[in-house]
Design a protein around this ligand. Sequence first.
Ligand SMILES: Cc1cc2nc3c(=O)[nH]c(=O)nc-3n(C[C@H](O)[C@H](O)[C@H](O)COP(=O)(O)OP(=O)(O)OC[C@H]3O[C@@H](n4cnc5c(N)ncnc54)[C@H](O)[C@@H]3O)c2cc1C
Length: 403
Amino acid sequence: MQEVSANQQADVIVIGAGAAGLFCAIEAGKRGRKVVVIDHAKRLGGKILMSGGGRCNFTNMYASHENFICENPHFCKSALSQYTQWDFIALVNEHGIAYHEKTLGQLFCDHSAKDIVDMLLAECKKANVVIKNRTEVSTVAEVTDTEGFRYAVETSQGTMLCESLVIATGGLSMPKLGATPYGYKVAEQFGLPIIPTKAALVPFTLHEQDKAVIGELSGISVDANAQCNKVNFNENILFTHRGLSGPAVLQISSYWEPGQAVEFNLFPNGDLLNDLQQQQQDSPDTQLSTALSKHYPKRFVTAALPYFDVANKPLKQYTPKELASAAEAFTQWQLKPNGTEGYRTAEVTLGGVNTDYISSKTMEVKQQKGLFFIGEVLDVTGWLGGYNFQWAWSSGYVAGQVV
Ligand SMILES: Cc1cc2nc3c(=O)[nH]c(=O)nc-3n(C[C@H](O)[C@H](O)[C@H](O)COP(=O)(O)OP(=O)(O)OC[C@H]3O[C@@H](n4cnc5c(N)ncnc54)[C@H](O)[C@@H]3O)c2cc1C
């Protein structure tokens, strides 16, 4: 190991200047700890800036452990209760950032996600956190022979020593924004298993026969309930030229396994059969396509009827059984996705560092003093709707109290 100057020493080194890493650094800095955050990216907070369509869905008013997927469903309870959505909202208020609830408790900035990045950087400055971006990390190692220091981090700017080492390198989604598997590599180095990773909150791709029809509907969105593996989400779906997206699809993608079908109810907030029966009575000469166009865009109905193999004729010509099966085609649509768009467009990574080896109260590795994992690198994956950032804040906060 090369010689280490005093300015290459810190109480805490955080690898990864994303949401979790910066938040942990702020909290540790507030305690008077000397903190250095290292990131290889050119731009700080890249993912935050892109998030929520540029407006950052920074938390959810209804966040609870039930909105997360983790092999241990209790793991995230402690951190989420030590630092809640209301604590983060108070910080946002303190910085005078304007925000609104878009839907289902999801809070977005009124102006720009940059408000959140600016807030984090201002808090880092106040807490004397040093941020070194454009800095590569090659290795981390445990050291035993140096006063008080437990870890040595080899970087493109030399060797650095620290007492506490925090891994906040996130998941694998969006490699363009700097995502790497480095955090998993460090975990494995210290003997921690990784729960297999998978792209999540990600659009579905389709088999050719489905794509031929659905690709033509690009840009159309309809309300839907998407169901798979006994979990369902009631939001909307969006047809794209590549496949199927929209909130209900992204949500269910986290529960879907390759080869499985997803069931979509395209009339989730009412009784379609009842509606068609009523229209049959009131206006028997109306074509089925016209009756359905009361609820869906015309272009969608025109493509959907032949796709679902449903004849289009005046309502009076349908037997009760035929009308029921027409309604069923729209309310019990079974679609087998071909796959997902993968990490290129996924919002998050399912799986990660096995939480059985991590203290749920502090995020410290149980058998490895001074080593912490926070944020998305852990096997904790939130639903769509601000939950993933809340996990970054909460896990970063609890580690920040003890590093
Ligand atoms: C397009 C998009 C939109 C999203 N929108 C939302 C939203 O609106 N609301 C929400 O709650 N969640 C959203 N998410 C998810 C959310 O952004 C993540 O869950 C969250 O950023 C995870 O925080 P993190 O700090 O753990 O990881 P990240 O934010 O991914 O940060 C990890 C950091 O580590 C750095 N790093 C990685 N490897 C190395 C290495 N080897 N050396 C040095 N540095 C390294 C990276 O450059 C990065 O800066 C979105 C995600 C995407 C991709």
